[in-house]
Design a protein around this ligand. Structure first.
Ligand SMILES: Nc1ncnc2c1ncn2[C@@H]1O[C@H](COP(=O)(O)OP(=O)(O)O)[C@@H](O)[C@H]1O
Ligand SMILES: [Mg+2]
Length: 260
């Protein structure tokens, strides 16, 4: 039995238990490996298609399926049609100087008021790039999902374990902060988590369509975000809608031509 135990105490540890060849729907063969995984002290059995360490960590990260393969070659800066050299530089420094961000307990606040402007895409691309280079545990969760999980964790021990893993990730993407309804328990939970993460210098990427100064959250939370986050302002361009328009235009040209 091969032991793939990592060298750092609270990091993801995996021990290989089984390995078999399986055929994928596309006919390709790959290896299905069963692992015992220890993640922040919790042990569970998982099966995984044999992949690189970075991909393995990615598959455990809860990054949305459509952004599992996101990287900085796919995230385009020229689609915005304006000068965003500084934002690009900040984003790139997160990949190349990630250890510095960790050491200084800094994170990112990626925002733009416009839906579909690339906030979630950029956050996942950055996390995937960092995971390829660093042996770290990454988790992705939207704020509504986090609050839902918190509610369930009061009654369900398994959910509480999941939640602890999310809260303790070396790099956490907290997607869409600022859209939650204002409630006291929400402020309390968010503050506790953000404060704990800051105290242990864990890195958080927030994405939001609310400017940092306009966040309607408890002042203590906003203060922590102010203290620790480097802001990346993506231009107010609805790239998703622009891409969809282009695609539809192409499609129409094709079908109209075929029809004549
Ligand atoms: N910079 C970009 N380069 C390429 N595609 C982009 C970019 N920004 C947005 N998109 C497209 O728009 C979609 C929506 O982006 P997303 O990050 O989910 O938006 P939001 O800002 O609402 O989080 C992406 O899945 C992608 O197809
Ligand atoms: Mg988003």
């Amino acid at each position: 039995m091969k032991n793939l135990k990592g060298n750092l105490g609270n990091r993801l540890e995996k021990k290989e238990l089984s390995r078999e060849k399986v055929e994928l729907v596309d006919g390709n063969l790959c290896e299905l490996v069963g692992y015992e995984v220890k993640d922040y002290g919790f042990t569970e059995y998982v099966e995984n298609i044999e992949i690189s360490n970075g991909q393995f960590r990615r598959s455990r990260s809860m990054i949305p399926f459509k952004y599992l393969d996101a990287d900085m070659t796919k995230f385009k800066w020229d689609v915005y049609g304006c000068d965003i050299a500084l934002e690009k530089e900040k984003a790139e420094s997160f990949i190349t100087r990630f250890q510095e961000y960790q050491k200084c307990g800094k994170g990112l606040y990626i925002f733009s008021r416009t839906k579909g402007s690339g906030k979630t895409f950029l956050s996942c691309a950055l996390a995937n790039e960092v995971m390829e280079r660093q042996d770290i545990c990454v988790k992705f969760i939207s704020v509504p999902e986090l609050l839902e999980m918190t509610k369930k964790s009061y009654k369900d021990f398994a959910k509480e374990e999941d939640l602890e893993r999310v809260k303790g990730a070396d790099l956490l993407i907290l997607d869409d902060i600022g859209t939650e309804t204002k409630k006291e328990w929400v402020d309390t939970e968010l503050f506790r988590m953000i404060d704990n993460r800051n105290n242990s210098r864990k890195v958080t990427i927030f994405t939001s369509n609310v400017e940092m100064d306009n966040l309607k959250l408890d002042d203590r939370i906003v203060d922590r975000i102010f203290e620790t986050c480097i802001r990346i302002h993506l231009p107010e361009k609805p790239i998703r809608a622009m891409n969809a328009d282009k695609e539809n235009m192409k499609f129409m040209q094709k079908v109209l031509r075929t029809g004549t």
